[in-house]
Write a protein that binds this ligand. Sequence first.
Ligand SMILES: CC(C)(COP(=O)(O)OP(=O)(O)OC[C@H]1O[C@@H](n2cnc3c(N)ncnc32)[C@H](O)[C@@H]1OP(=O)(O)O)[C@@H](O)C(=O)NCCC(=O)NCCS
Length: 187
Amino acid sequence: MTTANFFAPFRRIVLHFPDNQPYGLRSIDDSLLETPELQQEIIAICNEPLLYNRLFRERLQGQPYSIENARYFLSWARDGWRNHGWFVFLILDPLDHVAAAIDIKSNNADEAEIGYWASSKSRGIMTNAVIALCESARSAGFRRLYAMVAPDNAQSIGVVTRAGFAAAGNAVRDGHTYLRFNKDLTN
Ligand SMILES: CC(C)(COP(=O)(O)OP(=O)(O)OC[C@H]1O[C@@H](n2cnc3c(N)ncnc32)[C@H](O)[C@@H]1OP(=O)(O)O)[C@@H](O)C(=O)NCCC(=O)NCCS
């Protein structure tokens, strides 16, 4: 397996749609200060109903997203940058508050899965964030990225479609059927 690699700390600007406000895409590496404010911002966003229902209700068996979940997320993200195995980023708004997160789940250059979430307060950030991540991933050596999206997740299907991913059939994981979307980074 060929591996791709980003170097930490990674930072780039992503423009928010449609007002072009500059948000910051940054690696969650050891240089990120894990303050109580940062933890609380992540907790608040991950408990937003749309996001919680989509990503966490089943996994957390209906329990709220907690401080332990936020600590685990940040520690898992830092581990990824330490061992160059997976790459997790925060997206900060112009006032440096957490707006969203996005990740590449492995360092397999041939194909790696992406995932993301965004606060409804920053609606309009994710398409441009995925486009920016794809550009940076190409430079990091990735040849293809893919996303697994629930068939009823119209917002996420919109994100990958606007970012130029192509539908590539269905895939079953953990008993759930997902639509797979691929983005070829070699051309
Ligand atoms: C899916 C999710 C990340 C989308 O975040 P978002 O910031 O609202 O997404 P977008 O950047 O696409 O912005 C949404 C709106 O801005 C518009 N937009 C954003 N960037 C745009 C661009 N570059 N050009 C044109 N329109 C754009 C979109 O058309 C969309 O408007 P519409 O719904 O009226 O069509 C968010 O809803 C979320 O976190 N959902 C729960 C978790 C989840 O589903 N994660 C994905 C699992 S696969």
